[in-house]
Design a protein around this ligand. Structure first.
Ligand SMILES: Cc1ncc(COP(=O)(O)O)c(C=O)c1O
Length: 498
């Protein structure tokens, strides 16, 4: 239609134009709007879905040749993966060291990097961490004792926990470790203990602040929410917080930790920004009172980790750059910066091997009873990977299947497979309905990225013995292995129930 024809048509139909427009809106615009909203919803949901979704990500079966070589060495040259050893945790200590080096390079030299002991408390591993010059962040009295036992000096230990007892506080203050009080009531206990101690404590004392600036993708691991149990809520208690620092000269640091996994770097940086604004106010009132400025600013951990790959995170540099840009005072003032990183240092340095003990087959569905569905039974269960089993949509495990001799299985013909653990409930699953190479009894399943928050969260259900953890370094493919944590003895498990 030409322009003058259109004008003529409009004039002739002037009366019915609103009706025509209405019909046009119903027929064309509404469906378009509906379609647009639907696709938008899907993409926003996808953006929060953990990387490596079981059904969607082909990269799941990509193996790491480094780890295949390490596995073959473990099988041929060590005694650790014996016939009766069906599960073993391994730490690539070179990989871990690279992570540590990258972290140290990214931050100013005098930063205290306290590795979060909760992520991987194995004795040999913590000793190794200490030798690399890390400090330790601990969250219980036993973690504190473990850090001391593994050689960390008290000045390099930071004690956080929302539930410290008076006795634990006495112990920590006598030792001289840095202690972050979690709430205003604990602050009073610390005040009383400090007054009662016969000798002056060498501890630095900080206050954990809940910056309340929002959750990441995973609610259960987000700690800067409005109602989080951690720290003193900044929105409700800002005045009281500042008053406490004006009142107690010995209260000389602040701490915030926004969450562990699921929090973007931007979210972590926003938390640090809020914390530093508070530090400026605190320092001002302390100056007015003739007190020195704060000694430390502890920005916690929480650097997100990619579970869909075995590449190093490379995030420390970006994180530090973002902090330099958006919170420049963090690195420019006299205080010492403390970090408490766990996951991003350890998770991708670890992998596990589970031997397939039995294999069962069933039909894929009622409709397709002839399509084989494999169920492989292993010892990798909910006891050593609590989060994966109980929140399978959130946490994701990438696996590869090997022959008993360490040769990777052919990935051209895949079958729907469950790899399950040994425990007495159906949700005890490592992977569910994943397309994997055909598995037979005796095969080995490599589970990637298990270096943190796996054995550390060990559960006693069904009273099984916790497996061994070994570590290795390699020069020119010559591997050196060491035990980081031995296999738990049955007597220890029995003792637990006494
Ligand atoms: C207080 C505190 N600091 C540090 C961490 C370590 O976090 P991530 O392992 O995610 O770095 C945690 C973990 O929950 C924590 O609660």
């Amino acid at each position: 239609m030409k322009d003058d024809e259109i004008l003529h048509f409009l004039k002739a139909n002037e009366q019915s134009l609103p009706i025509l427009l209405f019909v046009f809106f119903i027929l064309f615009v509404l469906p378009l709007l509906y379609f647009y909203r639907k696709t938008k919803k899907v993409t926003s949901r996808q953006s929060t879905r953990p990387k490596g979704d079981p059904q969607k990500f082909a990269s799941d079966l990509v193996e790491s040749s480094d780890r295949t070589e390490a596995l073959q060495d473990l099988i041929t040259n060590t005694k650790y993966l014996k016939e009766d050893e069906d599960l073993i945790f391994c730490m690539d200590l070179d990989f871990f060291q690279k992570n540590v080096d990258e972290l140290k390079e990214a931050f100013p030299k005098n930063t205290l990097h306290g590795i979060a002991v909760k992520a991987n408390p194995a004795t040999g591993f913590l000793k190794y961490s200490q030798e690399l010059g890390l400090g330790a962040e601990v969250a219980s009295l036993v973690e504190l004792k473990q850090a001391i036992r593994c050689g960390f000096s008290p000045e390099k230990i930071v004690f956080d926990s929302p539930a410290k007892t008076r006795n634990e506080i006495v112990h920590a203050l006598k030792l001289g470790v840095t202690l972050n009080v979690d709430n205003l009531q604990e602050l009073e206990t610390v005040r009383d203990v400090l007054a009662e101690l016969k000798e002056k404590s060498g501890s630095l004392v900080g206050m954990r602040i809940n910056t309340q600036h929002g959750a990441g993708d995973i609610q259960a691991t987000s700690t800067a929410t409005l109602t989080s149990k951690f720290g003193v809520a900044i929105r409700r208690h800002r005045e009281e917080i500042i008053r406490s620092f004006a009142k107690y000269e010995w209260l000389n640091g602040v701490h915030a930790h926004g969450g562990s996994q699921g929090c973007s770097l931007q979210l972590l940086v926003e938390g640090a920004r809020i914390l530093m604004d508070l530090v400026q106010e605190i320092n001002q009132v302390r100056e007015e009172n003739g007190y020195p400025k704060l000694c430390f600013v502890d920005i916690g951990g929480g650097i997100p980790t990619d579970y869909s790959s075995v590449r190093p995170s490379n995030l420390f540099q970006r994180y530090a750059q973002m902090l330099r840009k958006e919170v420049p005072e963090l690195f420019q003032s006299q205080h010492r910066v403390i970090t408490e990183i766990g996951r991003a240092l350890v998770v991708n340095a670890g992998w596990s091997i589970a031997r397939v003990k039995y294999v069962k087959a069933t039909g894929a569905s009622d409709k397709n009873a002839n399509q084989r569905y494999t169920i492989a039974i292993t010892d990798y269960g909910a006891d050593c990977d609590v989060r994966n089993s109980y929140m399978p949509g959130v946490w994701h495990r990438r696996v590869n299947v090997y022959r008993p001799n360490g040769q990777l299985k052919d990935t051209r013909h895949l079958q729907l497979t469950d790899i399950v653990g040994p425990l007495c409930f159906s949700g005890d699953l490592l992977v569910k309905g994943r397309r994997l190479p055909s598995i037979t009894k005796g095969d080995l399943v490599m589970i990637h990225n298990t270096g943190g928050y796996t054995l550390a969260m060990w559960s006693r259900y069904n009273s099984r013995c916790a497996p061994m953890m070994v570590g290795y370094t390699a020069i020119n493919k010559s591997f050196k292995w060491q035990v980081l944590k031995s296999k738990e003895k049955q007597e220890r498990v029995l003792e637990f129930w006494d």
